[in-house]
Design a protein around this ligand. Sequence first.
Ligand SMILES: Nc1ncnc2c1ncn2[C@@H]1O[C@H](COP(=O)(O)OP(=O)(O)OP(=O)(O)O)[C@@H](O)[C@H]1O
Length: 286
Amino acid sequence: MSYLELDNVNFGFGPPSNRYEVLEGANLSVDENEFVAVIGFSGSGKSTLISLLAGLEKPDSGEVRIGGAVVSKPGPDKGIVFQNYSLLPWLSVVGNIELAVKQVFPDKSGAERRNYLQHYIDMVSLTGSESKLPSELSGGMRQRLSLARTLAMQPEVLLLDEPLSALDALTRAVLQDEIIRIWEEDKRTVVMITNDVDEAVLMADRIVPLTPGPSSYLGQDFPVTLPRPRDRATLNFNPEFKRLRNDVTNYMLRINSEAKQLVIRPETPLPDLEPVLPGEPVHLVG
Ligand SMILES: Nc1ncnc2c1ncn2[C@@H]1O[C@H](COP(=O)(O)OP(=O)(O)OP(=O)(O)O)[C@@H](O)[C@H]1O
């Protein structure tokens, strides 16, 4: 049985008379310790999907389950890293992580907690910046802090909502490697939202596209069988990487153009015409 499941989930915003259906019949099964990348176009419902998995939103119908239990509310077993860091600006690096750790592990002694915090600060390479405020950090450092804070809560499931999309390409590459290293060291079930096919192929065990909205659902699966560790320098020349990237990109382009045709070209009923041949009388109707 899968560890994390989205079972025939429907979810929309707005009143019944003017409802915007974001997800319709969405199904997803993720195994324990699996790293799944969900890829989708802007507005297709990726953040909504993360909110449902985290228990921040409830499905209109269908179920979200983790370990067989229905997810009904957020909790420390489900760690989220958002694109916009969501750090407390008045707390230092260590203070931001400490606040979360105190909530989840209130029984840790002072010395034990300090060692524990340092472990996570070192893990994301923020050693030396412990007393800095978020405003004194670069975007990449803030994202690493956000990741450390979430990891320090030891969630069973890690939900990453486009955690790297606000970063420049180099910082993004460094953090991709860091997330993979941490995941390999300290296995977790991960669902990562991304809009970058290369990032998904580099990082995930499986890529699951979200179809364009409204009424999105999770489409065809693309297992990533490339062996780990994956070396980004040589990956570009790997035929399997190139095939997968092409397959996923072509699939996304196809479902996007199909969705556009559905919206832009509604079926127009044609009049029932009969050809009139030269010399035949013309009957005007109406
Ligand atoms: N609170 C809300 N009320 C009404 N509609 C909403 C609300 N939040 C999101 N939506 C709509 O639901 C759809 C899905 O939004 P969502 O943020 O999940 O998409 P997304 O794929 O994460 O987008 P992006 O990649 O641009 O962040 C969008 O059309 C959005 O306008």
